[in-house]
Design a protein around this ligand. Sequence first.
Ligand SMILES: Nc1ncnc2c1ncn2[C@@H]1O[C@H](COP(=O)(O)OP(=O)(O)OP(=O)(O)O)[C@@H](O)[C@H]1O
Length: 234
Amino acid sequence: MTILALDGVTAGYGTTTVLRDVSLSVGTGQIVAVLGANGAGKSTLLRTAAGTVVPSAGRVRLDGADATRHPPYRRARRGLCLIPEGRGIFRGLTVEENLRLQIPRGASLGEAVERAVAVFPALRERLKTTAGTLSGGQQQMVALARACVTDPKVLLIDEVSMGLAPIVVDEIFAALRGIAATGVAMVLVEQYVGRALEFADTAVLLRKGRVSYEGPSAELDERVVLRDYLGVGE
Ligand SMILES: Nc1ncnc2c1ncn2[C@@H]1O[C@H](COP(=O)(O)OP(=O)(O)OP(=O)(O)O)[C@@H](O)[C@H]1O
């Protein structure tokens, strides 16, 4: 079942158009990787899905309903969660306080903590630690754990591996796979093409704001992606 779809979206900032006629869809438990060179519009695509950028043409559908004009908070309520580049956690608060701020109505802190540490066991010992003092990888785990607490239907994840050691990235991707296995859909913007292709079911390649490929990631080769679709090295 399709959870999130962009249909022919054109969007940008002021008079600058960044995305042109972009379509993408992601279903329950499915992982879509969005790849593209710097400035191709990957973050803008996630922001358009999340509602912080409003398209000038095209539609955004969330969980079967038209959400094109819905503000970000309404989309969040319908199960959409954006994890921005830079993680978007409260660095001055403890891990537990970060989780507390995400608790949905009717849920308890205990439930939220259990849900978070089930995905990231390493956080259990660090619940009282100030988030800003954690390693980069642990901060990323807090960001993802906060998202899990909201019981999302679709996660939009921007450059989850940014600045992290490969071994930490492995751990985070393994956790993401576990989250997807529970039926959560994911749209992942990733700089490591090889890793993204391995991880995702589908790849969407963006070149100068247009989709240059959409299809099974298994059919793509990292070198071909970089050369033919993204124009890296031209
Ligand atoms: N808030 C903004 N206001 C104006 N222009 C912006 C804004 N954010 C991004 N842009 C411009 O939109 C274009 C696409 O940026 P975007 O961040 O979506 O690309 P990206 O593919 O995510 O790139 P990167 O890998 O560098 O993050 C760029 O030319 C960028 O300068």
